[in-house]
Design a protein around this ligand. Structure first.
Ligand SMILES: CC(C)(COP(=O)(O)OP(=O)(O)OC[C@H]1O[C@@H](n2cnc3c(N)ncnc32)[C@H](O)[C@@H]1OP(=O)(O)O)[C@@H](O)C(=O)NCCC(=O)NCCS
Length: 181
């Protein structure tokens, strides 16, 4: 039996995702960000983007019927962030030339480093390729960088996302082409 089954997320998963995301952030990112940075980022930077769920591009991984990981990809412009604090429409990308986005990976701390992130990322890449996108881009946390590095994503630039109270979140923009690997 598959210990960690993966499936597409649906809207009834949102309460479980709203529980998982802060737990994952506060525990697994503590080595890279201050508590103030993590709290400021929860919501605007780290949150549920229900658009990905309605687009059918967001996955959850379960263990004994509990969601212990989530992550997805997007055919839309936004690079990160929950949709609650987004104003306006998230425009569609052009699959012929634009890079698809990899979005919003969060794993339950008790299940970290057991291949959950890898499983979701592999599924995303398959779907992205099948949808015809030539490449993918993402904005990684310092915590997530190693996962994407292990899939051959290259650093495009390091920068800081400005947040409330003068705080900023150091992140890494990363990219990968599928037609050259
Ligand atoms: C980033 C995150 C999703 C990784 O999930 P995960 O399920 O623990 O990752 P996996 O077990 O699939 O790791 C796959 C590979 O990525 C790399 N990797 C993942 N986490 C790593 C870490 N903490 N240190 C070093 N390498 C790591 C390794 O190469 C690993 O392979 P290995 O275990 O065989 O060495 C998880 O740490 C997380 O939820 N972090 C908090 C939220 C966050 O910052 N999300 C990223 C948004 S961009």
């Amino acid at each position: 039996m598959n210990e960690f089954p993966l499936r597409l997320a649906n809207s009834t998963d949102i309460p479980a995702l709203e529980f998982l995301i802060p737990l994952s952030v506060r525990t697994l990112q503590a080595a890279h960000y201050s508590q103030a940075q993590m709290e400021a980022a929860l919501g605007p930077v780290f949150g549920v983007d229900s658009r990905l769920i309605s687009d059918g591009t967001y996955f959850v991984v379960e263990h004994k019927n509990e969601i212990i990981g989530c992550g997805g990809w997007s055919r839309r412009k936004a690079m990160f962030g929950g949709d609650r604090e987004r104003s306006g429409e998230d425009a569609l990308l052009d699959s012929k030339c634009d890079p698809a986005r990899i979005r919003a990976f969060f794993v339950h701390p008790q299940f970290a480093r057991r291949g959950i992130g890898r499983k979701i990322l592999a599924e995303c890449e398959e779907a992205i390729k099948q949808s015809g996108f030539p490449s993918a881009e993402l904005v990684a946390t310092l915590t997530g960088e190693a996962l994407y590095h292990s899939f051959n994503y290259k650093v495009v630039k390091r920068y800081e996302v400005p947040m409330t109270n003068g705080l900023a979140l150091p992140v890494v923009k990363m990219a990968k082409r599928f037609d050259t690997v």
